[in-house]
Design a protein around this ligand. Structure first.
Ligand code: ACM
Length: 630
């Protein structure tokens, strides 16, 4: 009797444990999951049963299994190894699915192919890591746990942005970015196609946008500290996507159930545009050059108060600007089937507008009281244009300045206040606050990473709740991470900054709020590393590095503290410039740093093995980060 009771307790506990998402390695955590007992091994000869409408999914499954497991895969209309079924289940919506794996095989049901695709992504996560490899993996036991899942997303917009202007990424790399998103059920690829550093989309009516605007002298170095190009320097760096390339990427994304959101960033961030067509600016005689990374903006006081040393805004008083934008949006609307076109609107410097007699004449004529209202006038005009092409406008939160109307949606990036304000005015919003979702910020210790603005730990990204308090939650389309590329000179760096933090964004975007749990999530992330290795995706292992903080006490002494982002780590350090290992001093509690120390070296260990990288933090950096006097 006692034993039965104990067994019951153990079973119940493990059930709760499981219900809380502690056991599987699925990211994002499913809506509901019940584990069975037992495993199912893929047979030597696999059959797939799918309705005709789901043939594309069946083909994808077959292709992957053949290539990586080497199994023989065929199709039948009878009960099969893998059964795909289209159902009519109001609880699943357009992207939900159920997945059952038991002794009879694998069954995925969904209302539409998107759900079947997501069910397949879940199966891939349940299989051994090698399944993510592109090539045949011999000697693998292709075994899955018995499991029953009901799954559907929390948000319809699960986005990730890639900036291809600051640095250019090839069509193949863009497709890889899309592949990487799809594994974690992200479904909106926001393509930041234009900026001061390059115009990247072919516009047939305005060929100079790419023949001139896509090119600049090549530079390597620290963003904003780059040597300014001389006037006649060869413009060897750049590139753009032809309209055929764009169609190919849009069609490719569609196969992964990802919609592509194009961004044409206007009226600011338009230095490449102005270089191609200088009469589009309020300073038409300026010798424009596509920016190569040299500093040209004064950023103090965002919120509409940036100033441009070279005019990177379009002239809102020039009708030809609107004629050209109409040509651009006509071609963009024809290329991208998605309902929104993102028209940017961020960080528009108004100092050149303010100096323009034509802009002041426009203000008088239209009764515009200030430059924010001029910007709002500009946004209203392009909104009408975008609407006339059958699309809705979305913009960064600055489009709220001076008033916003109609069905425009706002992407909140300067924290959450823009999103809140927009929702209070009844606009739909996507939340991508820089404090949580700017995945161009380094993931680990500042002194060990490339320099871009600042750091953002995955744990912080994971803690984000996308529905702000006090607004109608139905206006929140979803959540998005942004990958700006100022400091990303190659695609491996894009991946390194994106992963694993993108998984945190994916789980926040898909999983029920109450299912989120950092401890179990971070364990799942570690299991994903093996999968990313198999997929040859670069990623950061910053979770194994301590978060090193310092404080100054009243005696002026520097107190050092270290904290693990994940569990079960030991940190060993040295203060004498030697390379620490697990025989060195182990960090247990905060300590006073002797004043003559030049460098703190520290490394993370788990289970007696070095797992983190050696951090080498100079005294100067430790002093700089000291937060407050105790
Ligand atoms: C932005 O980060 N400027 C939208």
């Amino acid at each position: 009797m006692k034993l039965t009771k104990l067994l019951l307790i153990v079973l119940t506990t493990s059930c709760i444990h499981f219900a809380n998402g502690q056991i599987t390695n699925i990211i994002p955590e499913p809506f509901q999951l019940t584990k069975g007992t037992g495993t199912y091994t893929l047979p030597k000869s696999i059959t797939i049963n799918a309705p005709t409408i789901a043939n594309v999914i069946a083909d994808e499954i077959a292709g992957k299994l053949k290539a990586t497991t080497g199994r023989i895969v065929g199709f039948t209309k009878n009960k099969s190894t893998i059964n795909l079924q289209i159902v009519n289940d109001p609880n699943l919506g357009t992207e939900g699915y159920t997945l059952d794996i038991n002794e009879k095989g694998i069954q995925i049901k969904a209302n539409a192919n998107a759900g079947l695709f997501y069910g397949w992504q879940t199966i891939l996560q349940l299989l051994p890591a090698g399944i993510y490899a592109a090539t045949l993996q011999e000697n693998t036991n292709w075994t899955l746990p018995f499991i029953s899942i009901i799954d559907k997303p929390r948000f319809g917009w699960r986005g990730m942005m890639l900036d291809v202007s600051r640095h250019f990424f090839s069509k193949a790399e863009v497709k890889t970015f899309i592949d990487d998103m799809a594994r974690y059920k992200l479904n909106r690829f926001h393509w930041h196609l234009t900026d001061d550093q390059g115009w990247r989309i072919e516009i047939k009516a305005l060929p100079k946008l790419t023949s001139v605007g896509a090119w600049r002298p090549e530079r390597k170095g620290k963003w904003a500290n780059i040597t300014a190009p001389s006037k006649d320097e060869p413009k060897t760096y750049g590139g753009f996507y032809t309209q055929e390339d764009i169609k190919e990427v849009v069609a490719y994304a569609k196969t992964k159930f990802i919609e592509v959101v194009p961004e044409i960033d206007v009226p600011g961030h338009s230095l490449a545009f102005n270089t191609a067509y200088p009469n589009m600016s309020t300073t038409p005689n300026y010798p424009f050059q596509v920016n190569a990374g040299e500093e040209f903006m004064d950023w103090e006081g965002l919120n509409g108060h940036v100033t441009a040393r070279f005019d990177n805004s379009l002239d809102p008083s020039n009708e030809e600007v609107y004629t050209n934008l109409d040509k651009i949006f006509t071609e963009v609307a024809a290329l991208f089937p998605f309902e929104y076109i993102h028209t940017g609107g961020d960080e528009n410097a108004k100092n050149n507008w303010d100096k323009s007699a034509n802009v002041h004449a426009l203000m008088k004529k239209e009764g515009l009281k200030n430059q924010n209202e001029v910007q709002s006038y500009f946004v209203r005009r392009i909104q009408k244009m975008v609407n006339s092409k059958g699309k809705k406008l979305m913009g960064w939160d600055e489009i709220l300045q001076g008033g916003l109307s109609g069905d425009a949606a706002v992407m909140s990036w300067q924290g959450i206040k823009g999103g809140i304000e927009a929702a209070k005015q009844g606009h739909k919003i996507v939340m991508s606050p820089n404090d949580y979702n700017y995945i161009d910020f380094y993931q680990g210790e500042a002194t060990a990473e490339g320099k871009v603005y600042r750091g953002l730990r995955m744990k912080t990204t994971y803690s984000y709740e996308p529905i702000p308090e006090g607004i109608d939650p139905n206006l929140v389309l979803g959540n998005q991470a942004n990958q700006w590329s100022e400091q990303l000179l190659n695609f491996r760096s894009v991946q390194y900054m994106t992963w694993p933090r993108g998984m945190a964004v994916a789980e926040t975007s898909w999983s029920p709020k109450e299912k989120k749990d950092w401890k179990s999530f971070s364990k799942k992330v570690e299991q994903q590393f093996e999968k990313l290795d198999a997929a040859q995706v670069k990623y950061a292992k910053s979770i194994y590095d301590p978060i090193v903080t310092t404080k100054l006490n009243t005696k002026g002494e520097l107190i050092v503290a270290m904290e693990g982002e994940v569990e079960d780590l030991k940190f060993y350090y040295s203060l004498d410039e030697s390379m620490p290992d697990n025989y060195s001093d182990e960090y247990t509690t905060s300590f006073v740093l002797p004043e003559d120390v030049t460098i703190l070296r520290v490394i993370g260990y788990r289970g007696g093995k070095a797992i983190g990288k050696m951090l080498n933090i100079p005294m100067e950096s430790l002093k700089k980060r000291a937060v407050k006097v105790l």
